[in-house]
Design a protein around this ligand. Structure first.
Ligand SMILES: O=P(O)(O)OC[C@@H](O)[C@@H](O)c1c[nH]c2ccccc12
Length: 409
């Protein structure tokens, strides 16, 4: 199929960075793999490092110029071609950040190269600075994801995934299931979330059996399920997605990830996802357009998440987006306010949603029948609920409590 080939080819080079044919990991990496930023920092610079954890950012590793006795000497990797690549890579990185910033995106895709190592006597210091310190939790997650995806891609390149794609069972109709549930119950279609923990709420459920929870949700009348696949911050995993998909659960599955690279969509599909989350606070328009096209090609649904008016307007201007989530939680500050759904759907934007036939999902912070009624009144046809359900000993009963009614078949 010709169109598939075209997209597949582009998918191997979704960004100018990748198109240049190199990666940070491959081209610049002389610091030992397990080093972390904090271990390279002197005590005095360790304040404000709570986000940093044990991560080791490749972009920071790229700083390998040694400055001794005031004269600059290149380290072993600084052969001319590598230097040229470093400069190119830096330029491309800056360009990407500029494009994103022009669209109001504050999240930087990866750390920019801050000042290099410093040598004071026999000691080597890495200074923490604006360029290598995440400004908030979402940015930290994205930087980690960039490193994680680079490593995963090496293990399972596109060529391997493409073969597995052919064997994957076809994707299920995510929006169709939400609409059918809405028509059947008169309530917004429920996407029930299989989530063990989150950075804002900590561990939500100790004895966490993803398949048992998924089955309980389905029994309680959930239209679709959302499965957290991020391991580091949400204690989730792709194995949960796969286990649920193979357990006989019929509900379509949303892969709840921090997507920064088209490769993750291929991987999610291989693991059984029917839909995937794309976060407008992270992805510039071009990525959103390109990634929603890949989803369509795979028969998957993209749930495009927004949090404020600017993101909403960007997404409304992109053709072909059918499912938009309004997150009541600000992922940069954790602030939660269910009035956000109402605020964003008021006036012209709500009108546009109706004209375009877009389905809107109210996301986060929904705990009571009054909350459900409130967002339904605001115009959503679906809701995404995690904490209030996953915390219940019996998630099936939790759904009936949330809606104030048994919504199972
Ligand atoms: O647990 P809650 O408050 O019901 O929220 C569920 C879901 O909306 C939330 O997990 C979520 C919405 N968007 C996200 C993006 C990434 C991670 C998590 C999320």
């Amino acid at each position: 199929m010709e169109s598939l080939n075209l997209i597949s080819l582009r998918a191997t080079s979704p960004t100018p960075r990748a198109a240049a044919g190199f990666s940070f990991q491959q081209s610049l990496n002389p610091i030992p793999k397990n080093s972390s930023i904090s271990s390279l920092m002197p005590q005095a610079h360790k304040k404000n490092q709570s986000f940093l954890g044990q991560i080791s950012f490749p972009a920071i590793k790229s700083q390998q110029f040694e400055v001794k006795d005031g004269s600059s000497t290149a380290s072993e990797t600084s052969v001319p071609e590598v230097d040229a690549l470093k400069i190119k890579e830096w330029e491309v990185g800056m360009y990407q950040n500029e494009v994103a910033a022009s669209q109001g995106i504050k999240i930087r895709r990866r750390p920019s190269s801050g000042p290099p190592q410093h040598y004071v006597g026999p000691f080597e210091f890495r200074l923490q600075n604006e360029g290598n310190t995440p400004r908030n939790i979402l940015e930290e997650i994205v930087w980690n994801k960039d490193v994680e995806v680079t490593q995963m891609k090496e293990k399972k390149p596109y060529a391997v995934l493409k073969k597995l794609l052919d064997k994957a069972p076809p994707a299920r109709d995510f929006i169709g299931a939400l609409k059918a549930a809405n028509a059947r119950t008169g309530f917004p279609g429920l996407i029930a979330e299989v989530k063990k923990a989150s950075p804002s709420r900590g561990v939500l459920r100790e004895n966490f059996d993803p398949v048992q929870i998924a089955k309980a949700y389905e029994k309680g009348g959930a239209a679709c399920l959302s499965v957290l696949t991020d391991a580091k911050y949400f204690q989730g995993g792709f194995e949960n997605l796969e286990l649920i998909r193979n357990s006989g659960v019929q509900c379509p599955l949303l892969c709840k990830e921090f997507v920064i690279d088209a490769w993750q969509i291929y991987y999610a599909r291989v693991k059984g996802a029917d839909a995937i989350l794309l976060i407008a606070a992270v992805l510039p328009d071009l990525d959103l357009k390109y990634m929603t096209k890949i989803c369509k090609l795979f028969g998957m649904t993209a749930l495009v998440e927004v949090h404020d008016e600017r993101e909403f307007d960007r997404v409304l201007a992109i053709e072909g987006i059918e499912l938009i989530g309004i997150n009541n939680r600000n992922l940069e500050t954790f602030e939660l306010d269910i009035a956000n759904t109402k605020k964003l759907l008021e006036g012209e934007r709500g009108q546009k949603i109706i004209e375009k036939g877009i389905t809107v999902v109210g996301e986060s912070g929904l705990f009571t029948p009054a909350d459900i009624a409130y967002v339904q009144e605001a115009g959503v046809k679906a809701v995404l609920v995690g904490e209030s359900l996953v915390k219940q000993d019996d998630p099936t009963a939790g759904i009936a409590q949330l809606f104030g009614k048994d919504i199972s078949l």
